[in-house]
Design a protein around this ligand. Structure first.
Ligand SMILES: CC(C)(COP(=O)(O)OP(=O)(O)OC[C@H]1O[C@@H](n2cnc3c(N)ncnc32)[C@H](O)[C@@H]1OP(=O)(O)O)[C@@H](O)C(=O)NCCC(=O)NCCS
Length: 190
């Protein structure tokens, strides 16, 4: 992918120097509070390789975000094909995020996500971008709301990938943003 520059960030594909950070955001208890698994170094490395290959092929994905001034990688924000959720129509694209905790609370995710929404609607020509999170993951749903996404309770679902051993993580809330609503909001913000 061609790197995307925002006010404070560079959104780009994964690099070898990101492996420690990528492992940390897949194993840290705070970051992974709403996930049923923790990745060890080998499985984190394999997942990073997978993300990197998909991004190289498609030009988007769960891409690395780094602070432009310091070149520190802080986590990922990006667009992702939701073909792992068979009940969603083919071609559905989600927006998602995961940062190391010391970078929470600075608006970095919202800033990066705004750039990815623009990329999705303007460059990729998407009609809609969705997002979902465990019901209690307020930090994540707060990002969706900051982005102008709308809750769609009729589409809330029990995630098929969550094992029965983690019942509290099953229920997911669903948010949507149409291209039209994004354009209207963008005009209003300007
Ligand atoms: C979900 C997650 C990405 C949200 O990160 P975040 O830093 O809270 O999100 P934002 O970048 O939008 O930052 C918003 C916060 O920064 C503050 N902020 C500071 N400067 C800001 C700015 N310039 N613009 C916007 N917000 C700013 C906001 O007030 C808000 O703070 P608050 O949480 O105290 O209300 C993060 O908590 C995370 O990685 N969680 C673990 C992984 C996870 O659950 N991922 C989602 C799975 S669905």
């Amino acid at each position: 992918m061609k790197p995307i520059r925002t006010e404070r960030l560079i959104l780009r594909n994964w690099e070898e120097r990101d492996r420690d950070l990528f492992h940390r955001i897949n194993s840290d208890e705070r970051v992974m509070e709403f996930f049923p698994f923790r990745r060890d170094r080998a499985t984190a490395d394999a997942k990073m390789d997978e993300f990197r290959a998909w991004i190289a092929e498609d030009g988007y994905g769960f891409a690395a975000a780094e602070i432009a001034e310091t070149r520190e990688c802080i986590g990922f924000v990006g667009l992702f094909d939701t073909d792992h959720l068979p009940f969603l129509p083919a071609g559905t694209v989600e927006i998602g995020w995961r940062l190391a905790p010391e970078f929470w609370g600075h608006g970095y995710v919202t800033e990066a996500a705004e750039a990815w929404l623009a990329h999705g609607f303007e460059t990729l020509g998407l009609e809609e971008i969705v997002s979902f999170a465990v019901r209690n993951n307020r930090r994540s749903t707060a990002v969706m709301e900051r982005l102008g996404m709308t809750a769609d309770p009729a589409s809330d679902f029990d995630h098929p990938g969550i094992p029965d051993s983690h019942p509290a993580l099953k229920r997911h809330v669903f948010y949507r943003l149409s291209r039209k609503d994004w354009q209207t909001r963008r005009r209003a913000v300007r």
